[in-house]
Design a protein around this ligand. Sequence first.
Ligand SMILES: Nc1ncnc2c1ncn2[C@@H]1O[C@H](COP(=O)(O)OP(=O)(O)OP(=O)(O)O)[C@@H](O)[C@H]1O
Ligand SMILES: [Mg+2]
Length: 239
Amino acid sequence: MAKKKKSYYTKNDKATASGISFAAKEAYNLLRTNLFFSFSDDVKCHVIGVTSTISSEGKSLTSANTAMAMAEAGKRVLLIDSDMRLPTIHKKLGFKAAPGLSNLLVGMNDVEKAIYRLEDKGFDVMPAGNTPPNPTELLGSARMEKLLNGLSAHYDYIIIDLPPVTIVSDALVASKYLSGVVFVVRGGRATTSELAEAMRQLEFSNVKVLGFVYNSAEGAKNNNYSRKYSKSYGRYYGA
Ligand SMILES: Nc1ncnc2c1ncn2[C@@H]1O[C@H](COP(=O)(O)OP(=O)(O)OP(=O)(O)O)[C@@H](O)[C@H]1O
Ligand SMILES: [Mg+2]
């Protein structure tokens, strides 16, 4: 698989720019370490979902930067944009959305066509693909499980950027193949009752919450190292 993959150098990167703050970079490294400790070595590939209560809490930024931090530690990483309704990973990293995940789930057989190798960041990306009429069904389909099974032979970690929990049920249908989720909470966004509802839904669907990321824009103002974004992490709950 690795030999035929398209090589790509990100030109217009708005997600994992070298301009992210020192504090943010350290926080992503800490998240990476905590995730590494969450899993035993006897499973070959871990599939980690990234979700949140509502939109715009920083899921895609967290997914991309976690993928990069893991790749920097020498892991083989694939980042999948599973938000087939409102995909953003391709925009943040500066390439096109299709072909991607949805195309594979509706019949395209050549997996390589849907994977970009980011040479400058060391990880692979599968964009969301063309928007289908039935994203939730596709994400919960047997074909998705089969696709992940095939991909898991080539990666140590597959990170899936999921839609938010309380808006659509995609994160819940994905529970059957996820090792667990990283849950992003952005300061000042979701209400505590919305957050409690999201937790209730995850628990009901037996989704394992690996940890919480507290994404705060406030830290950026107060930290001398910060140039663009700052992420601070609340207590991390290991598995
Ligand atoms: N800590 C932060 N400080 C400033 N801007 C931020 C921060 N975190 C995220 N953003 C910005 O907020 C927007 C939403 O971030 P992102 O796309 O990562 O969220 P998301 O949860 O993936 O959103 P969606 O639900 O739409 O997929 C982006 O423009 C991003 O650059
Ligand atoms: Mg997103």
